[in-house]
Design a protein around this ligand. Structure first.
Ligand code: PLP
Length: 406
């Protein structure tokens, strides 16, 4: 029997890998030194641990260890990348290009800068979730200082053509930042092959601890300079002051090492499980829709809408499975996800969408349980739905004139 509840929300966060915890433990106990203490063994030990973690994280993305800046997580990394460039290159230009489906850490940072007079272009996406490269080319002006486009989307798992975007940026002499949080460690991601200048990473999305992240900052061709957003002591080559989270960084390093060594096998396995889930649902249910491009997609992501069911009832029906829905409960109303909206998914289908995030610790047995539960609940809800019945009878619902009560 499978153990309930089942965790299948690995885009929100991932469980800590036990091997990561083992690596961290000494640094939570005996080896508590401050990595900036230069006068004794406690400090040296901590510094050495930080430097080996830095190497591992650099190795995961094909960077030089000196190009890795540790932060408190990817929200901070995204802030540092975008604000750091905007402030440092203010003389050169005042225009930034990003995209409507970015994580809030990018969107809210850009909106903040907009209030301070920076011009922001929010590129649209097509119905597959992809940015049009001609749109991107046309948006660049001689005042553009940064393009920030995420590698893989956290809701629909869509992977942008990062290599080509990087090439365009470089041709035009514009810096290129990518939020690679969902991609690094899940699919091949190499900053040199992909022409990336700045990249955000987060430990807790790759089976490491929460509260630690990194920013990759290119050192040559081009050399990227950033104005820090946190001052005080000049740690991390002046780009991010503050005592380093040594246990967190050690855990991040171990997580990066495991992800790198296992990438091929693991990503094939995630793909196998995702396809098993997708094909079972598509075989057993009609009127289901996949949100986002199916090919250019994270192996462990499935985002699917189930027509003719009520979103909340669907989630309630599968409450022994931890997944995400395409509606965010705000205090007053049920808002459909801005990402699905940007893909042109209608409100009804957005409300009945589910994001399945398959991860390292999910099993085939769990996938089969999830598929069976979803099928059972969707069928049951549809039995109660007059709309589904009418659609099955071939009635075009758009042609129906509904009587509305006063
Ligand atoms: C989770 C996530 C973030 C935020 O990372 P934190 O380390 O939790 O601050 C940023 N971008 C993407 C794409 C994410 O999935």
């Amino acid at each position: 029997m499978v153990k309930l509840p089942i965790y299948m929300d690995n885009h929100a966060t991932t469980p800590l890998d036990p091997r990561v915890l083992d690596a961290m433990m000494p640094y939570l106990t005996d080896r508590f030194g401050n990595a900036a203490s230069r006068n004794h063994k406690f400090g040296w030990e901590a510094e050495q641990a930080v430097e080996s973690a830095r190497k591992e994280i650099a190795a995961l993305i094909g960077a030089d260890p000196r190009e890795i800046v540790f932060t408190s997580g990817a929200t901070e990394s995204d802030n540092l990348a975008v604000k750091g460039v905007a402030w440092m290159y203010r003389e050169k230009g005042d225009h930034i290009i990003t995209c409507v489906t970015e994580h809030k850490a990018i969107l809210d940072t850009c909106k903040h800068l907009e209030k301070d007079g920076v011009r922001i272009t929010f590129l649209p996406v097509d119905n597959k979730g992809l940015v049009d490269l001609d749109d991107l080319r046309n948006a660049i002006t001689d005042k553009t200082i940064l393009i920030s486009i995420m590698t893989a989307n956290n809701e629909v798992g869509v992977i942008q053509d990062i290599k080509e975007i990087g090439r365009i940026a470089r041709e035009r002499g514009v810096l290129f930042h990518t939020d690679a949080v969902q991609a690094a460690g899940k699919v091949p991601f190499n900053v040199n092959e992909m022409n990336v200048d700045i990249a955000s990473l987060s430990a807790h999305k790759v089976y490491g601890p929460k509260g630690v992240g990194a920013l990759y900052v290119r050192r040559r061709s081009p050399r990227v300079l950033l104005t820090p957003i946190i001052d005080g002591g000049g740690h991390e080559r002046g780009m991010r002051s503050g005592t380093l989270n040594v246990p967190g960084i050690v855990g991040f390093g171990k997580a990066a090492q495991i992800a790198r060594e296992d990438l091929r096998r693991e990503s094939a396995e995630m793909f196998r499980l995702r396809e098993r889930l997708r094909t079972t649902l598509e075989r057993e249910l009609d009127e289901v829709y996949i949100n986002g491009d199916l090919e250019k997609r994270l192996p462990g992501n499935l985002n699917m809408s189930f027509a003719y069911v009520e979103g909340e009832s669907l989630l309630m029906g599968i409450n022994d499975i931890a997944v995400s829905s395409g509606s965010a409960c705000t205090s007053a109303s049920l808002e459909p996800s801005y990402v699905l909206k940007a893909l042109g998914v209608g409100e009804d289908l957005a409300h009945t969408s589910i994001r399945f995030g398959i991860g390292r610790f999910n099993t085939e047995e769990e996938v089969d349980y999830v598929a069976a539960r979803v099928i059972e609940v969707v069928r049951r809800l549809r039995e109660l739905s007059p709309l589904y019945e009418m659609a099955k009878e071939g009635i075009d619902l758009k042609s129906v004139h509904w009587a509305t009560e006063a």
